[in-house]
Design a binder for this molecule. Structure first.
Ligand code: PMP
Length: 423
């Protein structure tokens, strides 16, 4: 079937809410390139929204999954565990910078499931119910994670009422007029106006916001947040579903600050395309709820665990952290040139290769229409490019960290052409 036939069937049989950004359908893919059902080649700067930090079909990951297929596909970890579940849990506990000394892990399927469980665990561990989250946060599309998510359109508008005991503070964002002190004060105000600190179980944040616009929480903010949590016995949850697994030049973005959360959530590039997520936290916190209280049929599926173990090896063997840092430097240099050259381009930023810039109008205000136009033009020219942001005016780069230099260059040249077309 070609793209047009598939699109017709999609319109007829796939729910409208599950819309896709392109009318094409992917047929095959390798590293940072996709060939669609018509045989047309695309450069992929979306990487399955940050899932493919090691590229489409990395040979070592494919080989690990194929080998596992011949041994064991699935048990339901709640019925019988398997070696890879345990081995991966151990590795994640060793690698994840949450408070120790002992750490434990829980394996689930999706980012949203990891966040749901992080909240359950925090509530069980503290005996409190309140959760504080931030403007522009994205934590998922299930009921609780949707409540935590800080953007109505397109995520929340049709689905209320939201679960209760969720409170929101502004995410620090100097570019858009919110200082770190304002953000911290807003939390202190919540303790007076909405939820006492003594009833607050957790504060959850993305150390680099993903869907919210690649805004980076500074080490000083994270340190202050940690102190605030400690002052009141509140748990700090770092959602690294998008920022984790080498995107920022470290395995986890929290490592840039040295601040340790109590619980961390991860998914996406953890298994580089296989569905897998994890919650890793201080052992005492993770063990707060009783046997049988956490889990799910597919969480920690053997094929996904095999992929994740291969991901951890590849990150080390292929110097992926260094490559992420270097790519970040290259992107930052290119964005700086664009900022000089194009009046629309503003606020470039990056932590490693988690890199983005904004499009603004003549008054310096967010310009979502220009942003949509750049993504549309890029698509016309064969590049899959994603926007994001609280103001829908951010262009983000989530190209595989393994992209060939010439493919990366080709993609950046297309963005440049798309920016030229705005003038
Ligand atoms: N948290 C963050 C920070 C995310 O970026 C996402 C997905 N974009 C999620 C949670 C939800 O992950 P999933 O779509 O796998 O449920």
């Amino acid at each position: 079937m070609n793209n047009a036939q598939l699109e017709t069937l999609k319109k007829k049989y796939v729910a409208r809410g599950a819309a896709t950004a392109t009318p094409q359908s992917a047929d095959t893919a390798l590293n940072a390139e996709i060939w669609d059902a018509d045989g047309t080649r695309w450069i992929d700067f979306a990487g399955g929204i940050g899932v493919l930090n090691l590229g489409h079909r990395h040979p070592k990951i494919v080989a690990a999954v194929k080998a596992q297929l011949d041994k064991l596909m699935h048990t339901a970890a709640g019925v019988m565990s398997h070696p890879l579940y345990v081995e991966l849990s151990q590795k994640l506990c060793e690698l994840t910078p949450v408070r120790g000394p002992e750490r434990k892990a829980l394996l689930m399927n999706s980012g949203a499931e990891a966040v749901e469980n992080a909240i359950k665990i925090a509530r069980a561990a503290t005996g409190r119910s309140g959760v504080i989250t931030f403007d522009g946060a994205f934590h998922g599309r299930t009921m609780m994670t949707m409540a935590l998510t800080g953007k109505v359109v397109p995520y929340k508008g049709d689905f209320g009422p939201m679960p209760g005991d969720v409170y929101r503070a502004p995410y620090p964002n100097e570019k858009h007029g919110i200082s770190e002190e304002q953000s911290l004060n807003a939390i202190r105000t919540l303790f007076k106006t909405d939820i006492p600190a003594s009833r607050t179980a957790a504060i959850i944040l993305e150390p680099v916001q993903g869907e919210g616009g690649f805004y980076i929480a500074s080490p000083s903010f994270l340190t202050a947040l940690r102190e605030l949590c400690d002052e009141h016995g509140i748990l700090l949850i770092a959602d690294e579903v998008q920022s984790g697994f080498a995107r920022t030049g470290k395995l986890f973005a929290m490592e840039h600050s040295g601040v340790e959360a109590d619980i961390m959530t991860m998914a996406k590039s953890l298994a580089n395309g296989m569905p897998l997520s994890a919650v890793v936290g201080t052992a005492e916190v993770m063990d707060a709820s009783g046997p049988g209280s956490l889990g799910g049929t597919y969480g920690g599926n053997a094929l996904s665990c095999a992929a994740a173990l291969a991901v951890i090896d590849v990150i080390r063997e292929e110097n992926i952290l260094e490559r992420s840092t270097q790519m970040g430097e290259l992107l930052a240099a290119r964005f700086a040139k664009w900022e000089e050259r194009f009046a629309h381009v503003a606020h470039p930023r990056n932590q490693g290769s988690m890199a983005a810039f904004e499009l603004v109008d003549a008054d310096g205000k967010p310009d979502p229409a220009a942003t949509a136009a750049v993504c549309a033009k890029a698509k016309e020219l064969g590049l899959i490019l994603l926007s994001c942001g609280f103001y829908s005016n951010t262009i983000r780069i989530l190209v595989p960290l393994t992209v060939e230099p010439e493919v990366l260059e080709e993609g950046l040249a297309i963005i440049e052409q798309a920016l030229e077309s705005l003038a």
